[in-house]
Design a binder for this molecule. Structure first.
Ligand SMILES: [Ca+2]
Ligand SMILES: [Ca+2]
Length: 98
């Protein structure tokens, strides 16, 4: 007789397991809140804080990767139009609600 336990998905980037993945809408709202100085775009420091709050183990690295993926015009900021790219980047990482 053997009991088969369903494997519990634990991602390396997420220490809080058993929580619900964030939707694109939630991530968009979250990133908008991360615009601390209210200039309508996210700079690298704000991105770093954002990924830290999402539970990233290496927030500054994530911020750099997020910029690389989403900063289409290369000015070092994620503006409103580039937000979708950032959200998609974060979605692929599967961040969850704590
Ligand atoms: Ca800002
Ligand atoms: Ca940009």
């Amino acid at each position: 007789m053997s009991l088969i336990y369903p494997s519990i998905a634990i991602t390396i980037s997420n220490t809080k397991a058993l929580s619900v993945p964030l939707t694109a809408e939630q991530l968009t709202g979250f990133f908008e809140q991360c615009d601390k100085n209210g200039d309508g775009r996210l700079d690298r420091a704000e991105l770093k804080e954002a990924f830290k709050m999402l539970g990233a183990m290496l927030p500054s690295w994530r911020a750099a990767r997020g910029l690389y993926h989403a900063d289409l015009n290369g000015d070092g900021y994620i503006d409103e139009e580039e937000m979708t790219g950032l959200v998609n980047f974060a979605l692929r990482l599967g961040y969850t609600v704590k």
